[in-house]
Design a protein around this ligand. Sequence first.
Ligand code: ADP
Ligand code: GLC
Length: 497
Amino acid sequence: MKPLKILMVTSEVSPLAKTGGLADMVSGLSFALAELGHDVRIVLPRYSSIGNHVVSVIGPHMLDVRRGLMTGTATAEEVALRAMGAEGNRRPKFFTIRKDEYYARSGLYQESGKDYPDNLARFAFFCSAVLELMALWEKVDGWIPDVVHGHDWQTSLLPVYLKSEVSNRSRVSVTRTLLTIHNIGYQGIFPGEQFESLGLPLDRFTPRTLEFYGSVNVLKGGIIFADALTTVSPTYCREIQTAEYGFGLEGVLRERGDHLTGIVNGIDTVVWNPETDPWIAARYSIADRSGKATCKSALQEECGLPIRKVPLLAVVSRLVSQKGIDLVIDAASIVLEREVQLVVLGTGDPDLEAQLSALEARHADKVKVFIKFDEGLSHRIQAGADMFLVPSRYEPCGLTQLYSLRYGTVPIVRRTGGLADTVVGVADSPRRRKSTGFLFDEPSGTALATVIDSALTKYRSKVLWSNLILRGMQVDFSWEESARQYAKAYEAVATRS
Ligand code: ADP
Ligand code: GLC
């Protein structure tokens, strides 16, 4: 395949700015594409947090942004980063759009659980500035992407602008776009009155375009105007075309079904590798797993839990309804009667945070809850736990179950989206002999407690458990195969007539 020029436009990328799996997905995919020989540029807003990672800056270039009420200047900089894996050409280039009044804030999208009221302006301006940056590149170094790859609602206005403007920037304006939907639960819905501020023609605010029950739905615009669509697992791709999982966009997605595919995420196997992980107490591998026991006792110590040989269950998650955290709380009354320990790391919904803290207070000898975002601790939990719970109501792909498989921590997951595509259940004949974890169906605390009980039974059989762990650790979740699938999708969309 001929090398492609790919522009990733994103609101998050690891390690610069992360609230969830999107950040890991964009960096993992971009590095894998660069490794395959493609020319990848990544652009994101210059949040305050980014400064810590930057070692030098090329530029800045002034951008004059004028679209609707989104007018003003911004600067674009290429940033060189500290310690970012592969050296040389086979790595993506990073660019940031700087506009401090919009992006130099402590959160990416919100503070203290409250979305920033100007999020539409922030991300519309970002998309608009990216179009100016593309025009600048065309002039300065003749770099025109074969495809612009956007992610989620925050970048969904890019395809809308590209398809709505009679532009004098001839070549850029016909650039093809691919949009990845990471989570249809977040659509970027804003009051209808804000439509005007976008500087789009009025026919972009109809039921066939961005209008959604009187509001502006930015993701809907992306779905309609992007040349191609992907989501992050084949099962989620089917699910979002149904009323149960489509959050009201199932009809629009079905209409664009011919252009929508599901490609499962890989993981960054350099960052998530128990053989080299600098965060964990002892390194281990498939051939020699002895270090995992050290990681377990170190984790028990860090949690202030008794250092005992009891099964250690773990959750690392955003604490929101999507993730089924309430099921964990419901199941706990049954599960904590057994000889087990539970560690939870997460932040999110204040109500769930409070319920988890109350659970910890009631069972201080068995439960530890960390309410914070802590990358290093998330690695230590993956390495130290025996079982990892992902009881999501819906899960587009899910990365934590992939990390747990690689770290020899057996996943217990709900059969939905990417969880169903990446974990093979012990009870799932005829694939049982390939099993790597446990699945359950009904989204209830009782169903979760029942599946945990069957995992606890299997845990007692040393050979069976050890085989389960080994099979999980052997699965290849590297990005290479999925990156090839994306490259094919880019090629198809770039050459489609
Ligand atoms: P989502 O993107 O829906 O949150 P994923 O499973 O795709 O779910 O990705 C979640 C990512 O965020 C994983 O890398 C996980 O380890 C990380 N993560 C979630 N909560 C925390 C936390 N409190 N501290 C550290 N990492 C976290
Ligand atoms: C979203 C989804 C998650 C997925 C991640 C990366 O945040 O909720 O399931 O793994 O995006 O694609």
